[in-house]
Design a protein around this ligand. Structure first.
Ligand code: NAP
Length: 470
């Protein structure tokens, strides 16, 4: 894929970049390694000061940064502004909470026959971050803020269609005061990832993206025995039960499916509705989907902008066409518009069956699949019946049913009577083919720390000797 800014609203190529040479990549890794030695010796307070400065820059430059993101990948300007603000909030969250998250954790010294024993969290070195274009600032920040706070350095291989946002991120951290090399954007294609990850100076990798990309990184990292965190695709269920507030559910369902022009990993994608309320929900939901305004993402009145690439739009339309050809019913949308820009209308498809692509695949656009089920058990069976397990939603006002869904939905999160989203305070990640590891919260920070056990005794030959099993 060429490294270029192409405006999805017009299809116009605005700026192209040559990929970095092997020599330039090696030099960047060397700088990241040197910066790591510097950064790990700084205090948490110093790093918190730099991260707060980064938050201040993001806030001050919100509008221009948002315009850049909208130009590169087509999200609405309002959504882009909210994304910048969310990144600044996450930086402040980690600046404020990292001292506690990274503090030594005392253990019960007496029970391990020590004078003192504790767990210490230490950074591990340069971490490669392979990131997607759909939240071009937020996806990177939720890795970068905790990683830099912990004292690691970051090497960003961003998606090839958001190079200017990628360069902006490097610039923000530099201007915030982080040492040269602490956070570097590598303008490279995905073919360079193998070489970078095999470099012994690169200690770990995180990838947010598709399942095939995740498998590829995991394979390389497995060979090299390097830690990975993978945040992959999802086809989140949104279950509506008879006791749900249907108006609220239909309103949130529309936002949950179409936010970010339908290109969110944690978008609700499969709407699984109890037969008692199916017709009422379908009517309300379809009316709301059909009423969304599709158009120029820079325009304040636009709800849904273009998809990020022509290839992405073709793929979404192929999935819808496949379902229709095999007998599915389109309740609204479903037609690929002609004209400039990679727009696709909000679409609702029902009468889906397992042999259709939409049943098992992730649909990365504003297209909802609507499923009728006859019971709680059937709802859970359909909800869990894909290879994904990222987010999930359940709508019910019955407290017992809420608790059952919390246990039974096989996903990295369950949001009851609300839309799945991410908060710096809460862990984020998936199960099954949606990946492994967690981002955000203290868990996200510790993914790239050495969780070191420290045991201090009195010099005897291991008070626990003989009790060893290893
Ligand atoms: P993608 O094609 O997998 O690209 C993501 C990143 O991986 C890009 O930087 C891409 O580089 C790189 N890449 C692609 N193939 C690779 C390979 N074989 N080896 C190494 N790197 C590779 O995904 P996308 O289309 O940009 O993003 C959409 C996908 O991401 C969806 O499946 C979505 O659900 C998922 N996603 C998941 C989360 C989450 O948190 N779980 C969040 C957002 C998105 P190039 O751009 O140069 O190809």
């Amino acid at each position: 894929m060429p490294i270029a800014t192409t405006n999805p609203a017009t299809g116009q190529v605005l700026k192209t970049y040559d990929p970095m040479s092997d020599e330039q990549i090696d030099a960047a890794i060397e700088r990241a390694d040197l910066a790591f030695r510097q950064l790990r010796d700084t205090t948490v307070a110093q790093r918190a000061e730099w991260l707060t400065a980064a938050a201040d820059l993001l806030d001050a430059e919100r509008d221009s940064t948002a315009r850049l993101m909208t130009t590169e990948m087509g999200k609405t300007l309002a959504a882009a502004k909210a994304e910048v603000t969310k990144c600044a909030t996450a930086c402040r969250f980690y600046a404020r909470n990292a001292p506690e998250m990274l503090a030594d954790e005392p253990a019960d010294a007496a029970s391990v026959k020590a004078i003192r024993a504790y767990v210490r969290y230490q950074p591990i070195g340069p971490v490669l971050a392979v990131m997607p274009w759909n939240f071009p600032l937020w996806q990177v920040m939720r890795f970068a803020a905790p990683a830099l706070m912990a004292g690691n350095t970051g090497l960003l291989k961003h998606a090839s269609n958001v190079p200017q946002t990628a360069l902006y991120l490097e610039d923000v951290f530099r201007r915030a005061g982080f040492p040269e090399g602490a956070f570097t954007t590598l303008l490279v294609g995905s073919d360079a990832v193998d070489r970078i990850l095999r470099d012994p100076r690169v200690r770990a990798a995180t990838l947010t993206g598709s399942e095939p990309a995740g498998r590829s990184i995991a394979q390389i990292a497995g060979r090299e025995l390097k830690k990975t965190v993978l945040e992959l695709g999802g086809s989140d269920p949104f279950v509506v039960m008879p006791s749900a507030d249907l108006d609220k559910a239909a309103e949130v369902a529309t936002t949950a499916r179409c936010q970010n022009n339908g290109q969110s990993c944690i978008a609700a994608k499969r709407f699984i509705v109890h037969t008692d309320v199916f017709d009422a929900f379908a009517e309300k939901f379809t009316a709301r989907m059909a009423a969304l305004r599709v158009g120029d993402p820079m325009d304040d009145d636009t709800d849904v902008g273009p998809l990020a690439s022509e290839r992405g739009r073709d793929e979404v339309h192929a999935q819808v066409t496949d379902a229709v050809d095999r007998g599915a019913t389109v309740l609204c949308g479903g037609e690929k518009p002609s004209g400039d820009g990679w727009y696709y209308p909000p679409t609702v498809v029902t009468d889906l069956r397992p042999e259709m692509r939409m049943w098992a695949e992730e649909v990365f656009g504003p297209v909802a699949g609507l499923y009728r089920v006859g019971s709680y058990d059937e709802a859970v069976e359909v909800a869990n019946g894909t290879s994904f397990g990222l987010g999930s939603n359940a709508w019910t006002s019955d407290p017992a049913e809420q608790e059952r869904f919390a246990t039974d939905l096989d996903a990295g999160n369950v949001f009851v009577n609300g839309m799945t989203t991410s908060y710096p305070e809460l862990p984020f990640g998936g199960v099954k083919n949606s990946g492994y590891g967690r981002e955000l919260s203290a868990l996200g920070m510790r993914e790239f720390c050495n969780t070191k056990t420290v045991w201090v005794g009195e010099g005897e030959a291991g008070a626990g000797a003989g009790a060893h099993a290893e």
